[in-house]
Design a protein. Structure first.
Length: 145
């Protein structure tokens, strides 16, 4: 008797779940459209919440990155002049490294918009890395043996 009651209760629960989960395709489509609209509104709100300091910071740092690109171009021009072959190869390698670091900084700068991590931590780390790159540019002419 208990088994039949349990079987009947279980059957009723399964039948109820099946009937309530079967919605029309139109209803599912309407729900999906509403979810999409909600997501678009959330993106608009998130864009408005973008740290206003970031916009000016990005412009300043973009100028520094562009200046670094100009330095790299100037260094490549100097390296193409005749000189000591072993140092020229070493310098070309260093210029490539500087160019790569500069490109990484640019991608991190624009990647912040997508990540939106802790602003102060990002800014501190980015400034530190930018300073290291500036030091690398200053130390470029020095031979490191």
């Amino acid at each position: 008797m208990k088994k039949s009651v349990y079987a009947l209760a279980l059957g009723t629960i399964i039948a109820g779940m099946t009937l309530t989960s079967c919605g029309s395709k139109e209803q599912k489509l309407d729900d999906a459209k509403q979810n999409l609209q909600d997501a678009k509104e959330e993106v608009k709100v998130a864009e408005k919440q973008l740290n206003p300091e970031y916009v000016s910071y990005r412009a300043e740092e973009e100028q520094k990155i562009t200046a670094n690109e100009t330095r790299i171009t100037e260094l490549r021009t100097k390296i193409n002049k005749p000189g000591k072959a072993p140092l020229d190869d070493w310098r070309k390698k260093r210029i490539d490294e500087l160019e790569q670091k500069n490109a990484e900084l640019r991608s991190r700068l624009y990647g912040y918009e997508k990540e939106r991590s802790d602003w102060e931590a990002f800014k501190s780390k980015f400034n530190s890395d930018m300073d290291k790159l500036g030091d690398d540019f200053r130390d470029f002419g020095k031979d490191k043996k």
